[in-house]
Design a binder for this molecule. Structure first.
Ligand code: DGJ
Length: 726
């Protein structure tokens, strides 16, 4: 990364990527020159087309607006003439909304600063370099710092923004996005991850053209419906070829991202906090920090983008003891018992599970207050000793005696109207005074913009965690935010509530992971409504979906794995007929699919068919044998299940290319066909690989270009194939 003084150019190079910014004209506009495959040139400013009409304002001031409306501004602002999507909008003390940024100074340094109060990628001085460009709106005296970090050994550039009010009067920020890039051309495709509860992150690919195509959430969570990820790609890009630009927002609340095909055949991509219901008041000297966007460039298709995200997140986002640790195989009692359990029931599950090699019991929802259904007690984090007879410590000790660890469920952000907490503090929930807030799963959301609420809840969670040998927490969040209002915020600050809420969630997670560093935190949000990089910063794994059906999981996990590493994908073997879709799949297939995630069980092991139970020790052996490879290896989609729906295959290849695990799943059996041929990926052509099952030895070249035959018989059948280099 360097500043080339002569041309007033910033050149940000990482492994195979260049990103170029230039300062142009006497007015020092900061323009976006190039983002793509690495190039050596120091001056490619011709790409800005400022020698064409309308030229720059110093040469043609009468057409200043035309300049603003066509120039690729690094950070677009509202109200002065750029009518494409703006990134920054304000309301000053007189009610005006325009803003114009000009370069003032810059700084380049090794490493990366932490974004205060926010999750973000990190890296030391050998891994990354940061550029901060300070710009100013002279009339508003508003300082905007554009922050870029390049990760030298990955095709990654991150961006965030700091906005500081240097004026005497307060100013209200009404929109602060985190990234903005103008690309040449309009012939692109867009990939995004869409869904709903029980079918999160299905892959969607579409051709885009002129006009605006947005993906967003206004639910107070990143959401089941839309993930804070988009990719812009050549419309002929495949898994292996073509230019792909991936954008992922390191934030778990409302987001907005958009691709806009513009009048002069350019395409603008923006991403940041959703401006809907967002405002932030800055008094003199105060600063707002916008969360980070991770931008990944791949010159070799979607697959390389995926593996870059995986490497970055495993090394430079996930923290703590479990960053690269094999996770204990857990059994969770949710689908086994729902709310109907007690000490005896839990211990009977633990006893049987421990004999089979399962390593941890997780007690899910229903252990506290008077909670025997989902209609009460959230906020009353006191053990219900009518169910947990003998108390929590006794239960945990008994589980520990079986050689198992113990984990517990919380939903710290919520309050039930039917709870002692609500009866004592009816104003502690997010609500608009005089309007009854809407229920969702018969619960309200706590007003976490209030410190006393955060402190009370955190201390009650902490008390439970300190009372016994608990080594895992499932942090759930089961409803969206509505009826936005806080009695603690003044009328002009009500628009801050959504973001203040997120900052408080992050603060609580920070406290929890600091106070209990040995606890494995698994995030969850009614399944996978907060599967985002913001959460991964605190919790190395996230419950992927409440849909545990092996076939539904193929789509869900394929979409999730497009961005997020397999080591983060919470996946369990559950009972059949599946509780969500009523489908019965072989126990073996359920095991193979869960293996492509954290792996665990969610069933009553004392009541499942004996032949299923007998398979558990083999599955556990399989987990221990392959988990290092799955956690650390490179993931390749072999089949595009989201498109073909009938057959799925993927592989994980170790970094040294010596170990390969292939998983294949057939949805429906096919009559009168030959075996299927699949072509492996990511191997070394002239290495010889031995297939464990048959002892056959085949070259990497043959495996990749000629392929192997896979025979599967029966509906929902599956197979894993393990190869090692010889
Ligand atoms: C939603 C989660 O996704 C489930 O796994 C379970 O924990 C329930 N909440 C409990 O209420």
């Amino acid at each position: 990364m360097r500043f080339i003084e002569n041309n007033k150019v910033f050149k940000l190079d990482s492994k195979d990527t260049s990103y170029i910014i230039a300062i142009v004209d006497e007015e020092q506009f900061v323009g976006h020159v190039y983002f793509g495959k690495k190039i050596v040139d120091e001056n490619v400013n011709y790409l800005l087309r400022i020698d064409e009409s309308p030229y720059v304002p110093s040469k043609n001031n009468r057409d200043r607006v035309s300049f603003y409306d066509s120039f690729p501004m690094e950070y677009s602002t509202h109200g002065i003439g750029d009518f494409r999507e703006s990134s920054l909008q304000v309301r000053d003390s007189k009610g005006h909304t325009a803003c114009k940024l000009q370069y003032v100074s810059h700084e380049i340094f090794k490493g990366k600063k932490k974004l205060q109060g926010l999750p973000g990628t990190f890296g030391d001085e050998n891994e990354c370099t940061t550029l901060e460009i300070t710009c100013l709106d002279k009339d508003l005296n508003l300082e905007v710092v554009l922050v870029y970090t390049t990760f030298e050994n990955l095709d990654v550039i991150t961006r965030s923004v700091r906005v500081k009010n240097c004026a005497k009067d307060s100013i209200t920020l009404t929109k602060v996005l985190s990234t903005c890039i103008d690309f040449d051309g309009v012939n692109y495709d867009m990939v995004s991850l869409h869904g709903s509860w029980a079918r999160e992150r299905h892959i969607s690919r579409k051709k885009i053209g002129y006009g605006r195509q947005a993906v967003s959430s206004i639910r107070g969570e990143s959401s089941h419906q839309d993930n804070p990820f988009i990719a812009l790609l050549d419309n002929n890009a495949t898994d292996e070829s073509g230019n792909v630009y991936g954008f992922n927002f390191v934030y778990s609340g409302n987001f907005f991202t958009q691709i806009e095909g513009c009048q002069f055949d350019t395409t603008r991509v923006v991403m940041g906090i959703n401006p809907e219901d967002f405002e932030w008041v800055l008094q003199e000297g105060e600063e707002f920090i916008a969360p980070e966007v991770v931008m990944v460039y791949s010159n070799k298709g979607i697959g390389k983008m995926t593996r870059t995200f995986h490497d970055l997140y495993r090394n430079n986002l996930i923290r703590g003891e479990f960053k690269d640790k094999k996770r204990p195989i857990l059994i969770n009692n949710w689908e086994a018992t729902y709310f109907d359990f007690n000490t005896e029931k839990l211990l009977s599950i633990a006893k049987e599970a421990s004999k089979l090699g399962i390593e941890m019991l997780v007690m899910d929802d229903g252990w506290f207050g008077k909670r025997n259904s989902d209609n009460s007690s959230l906020g009353d984090w006191i053990v219900n000793e009518e169910k947990i007879q003998g108390g929590l410590k006794n239960l945990v000790d008994e589980v520990n005696k079986l050689g198992m660890e113990f984990g517990i469920w919380f939903e710290p952000e919520m309050i039930s109207p039917n709870s002692d907490l609500f009866r004592a503090h009816p104003d502690w929930c997010i609500h608009i005074e005089g309007r009854e807030p809407a229920l969702c799963r018969e619960q309200y959301v706590l007003d976490l913009s209030r410190k006393e609420v955060v402190d009370y809840i955190y201390e009650s969670v902490k008390k439970v965690l300190s009372s016994a040998n608990i080594t895992y927490v499932k942090w759930d969040m089961n409803r969206q935010l509505t009826d936005l209002g806080s009695i603690a915020l003044s009328p002009e600050r009500q628009g801050e509530l959504f973001h203040r809420y997120m900052l408080a969630v992050y603060e609580m997670m920070d406290r929890l992971t600091t106070d209990f560093p040995h606890i494995l935190l698994e995030n969850c949000s009614g399944g996978g409504a907060r599967f985002d990089p913001g959460m991964l910063y605190y919790s190395p794994q996230i419950w992927c979906s409440d849909d545990t059906d092996a076939i539904e999981r193929l789509k869900i996990q394929e979409g999730t794995a497009m961005v997020y590493p397999l080591s983060t994908i919470g996946a369990h073997v559950s009972d059949c007929p599946n509780h969500t879709v009523g489908r019965t799949t072989p126990f073996e297939t359920r095991g193979h699919v869960a293996l492509a995630g954290t792996f665990g069980y969610e069933l009553d092991v004392t009541r499942i068919p004996e032949e299923d139970r007998d398979m558990i020790p083999t599955q556990i052996e399989m987990y221990h044998k392959y988990n290092d490879l799955i956690r650390r290896g490179d993931y390749y989609r072999i089949e595009n299940f989201s498109e073909n729906h009938g057959f799925d295959a993927w592989t994980v290849v170790s970094k040294d290319k010596n170990e390969v695990l292939v998983t294949c799943v057939q949805v429906l059996g096919r009559p009168n066909y030959h075996s299927r041929r699949i072509k492996l990926k990511g191997l070394v052509e002239d290495k010889m690989y031995k297939i464990e099952e048959s002892d056959e030895i085949i070259s990497g070249g043959a495996l990749m270009y000629a392929g192997i035959n896979v025979s599967l018989y029966g509906d929902y059948s599956s197979k894993i194939i393990y190869l090692t280099a010889v």
